[in-house]
Design a protein around this ligand. Structure first.
Ligand SMILES: Nc1ncnc2c1ncn2[C@@H]1O[C@H](COP(=O)(O)OP(=O)(O)O)[C@@H](O)[C@H]1O
Ligand SMILES: Cc1ncc(COP(=O)(O)O)c(N)n1
Length: 283
């Protein structure tokens, strides 16, 4: 049976992030994508021009439509905007028994627009993160969630432990925002810790990288892959999507969701490696 997956996120009219990035990624990875829209954004590669949140009841009824019909193997959340939406999403995860929940705690678009109200952070921590199999914060999101600044490897390890104590099974602390020559993501699950790493690509076309990475992770988990395999495959997917960029729009362009399947490199990883945490190299 083809795995059925769900994204609960905001619409990006520009097609590079949010629901659109998630559905494109699901399609490329051969899983059937369904969607619950939490907000409509007027957005392009130059930024977010407007945000129109859905009412919590509109989100609730979309969740019921999916929960009452589909057999969902994995779910991801992206832009959730406010605490009422977070509460109905958490209730639906319980009610419909959605397993393999990936929470991408989207807060601020790369151009600076707020995609999550400040007072909703607590609801995310209290209501949704404890239900998650994996949470995938970037560095600024991990700083908001933990209240600590993150500058080096020790800080990242400490932040990941703090995030794990919020109740998720696994934390993938993404390193796209750091300035090192490698782009590496720290994965922590209980006492298991490792880094999934590629070289850093120099391009401004990184709009939607986080959405695309977490959608690929969700697709692989839905197929029954382990977290470690899924993190590696998701990193291979986003690496090719950034590397073979499309040059669309006048600002921070989208990634290339075709690239991974079109490239034979997906069979070999194309340079992505998994390695143990080495404190002295990354501090
Ligand atoms: N310039 C880059 N080169 C290679 N990989 C990158 C680059 N920027 C981000 N990534 C990868 O893309 C994924 C998303 O990371 P990040 O940009 O930190 O998330 P977000 O979009 O949520 O801010 C991670 O796997 C990260 O390692
Ligand atoms: C609707 C929506 N959801 C999420 C993002 C974050 O994008 P990114 O993955 O680049 O951080 C976005 N810009 N718009």
């Amino acid at each position: 049976m083809i795995p059925q997956v769900l994204t609960i996120a905001g619409s990006d009219s520009g097609g590079g992030a949010g629901i659109q990035a998630d559905l494109k990624t699901f399609q490329e990875l051969n899983v059937f994508g369904t969607s619950v829209i939490t907000a409509v954004t007027a957005q392009n590669t130059t930024g977010v021009q407007a945000v129109y949140p859905m009412s919590a009841s509109a989100v609730e009824s979309q969740l019921a439509s999916i929960g009452n019909d589909f057999t969902i193997s994995a779910v991801k959340t992206g832009m959730l905007f406010d605490h009422e939406i977070i509460e109905v999403v958490a209730a639906a995860v319980r009610k419909y028994g959605f397993r393999k929940l990936v929470v991408d705690p989207v807060m601020i678009a790369k151009g600076g627009a707020s995609l999550l109200q400040e007072k909703a952070v607590e609801a995310l921590v209290q209501k949704l993160i404890p239900l998650a199999k994996v949470i995938t914060p970037n560095i600024p999101e991990a700083e908001v969630l933990t209240g600590e600044s993150i500058r080096n490897m020790e800080d990242r390890l400490r932040a990941a432990d703090d995030l794990l104590s919020m109740g998720a099974e696994c934390v993938i602390l993404k390193g796209g925002h750091a300035e090192e020559s490698d782009a590496w993501d720290l994965v922590v699950r209980g006492t298991e810790k490792y880094v999934v790493k590629s070289n850093r690509l120099h391009t401004q076309n990184t709009h939607g990288t986080g959405c695309t990475f977490s959608a690929a992770l969700t697709a692989e988990l839905a197929k029954g892959k382990t977290i470690r395999e899924s993190a590696y495959l998701a990193k291979c997917f986003i690496y090719q999507a950034i590397k073979q960029d499309l040059h669309i729009g006048n600002g921070h362009g989208p990634t290339n969701h075709w690239a991974y399947q079109e490239s034979a490199r997906h069979l070999t990883g194309g340079g992505v490696i998994v390695e143990p945490v080495v404190l002295s190299r990354h501090s």
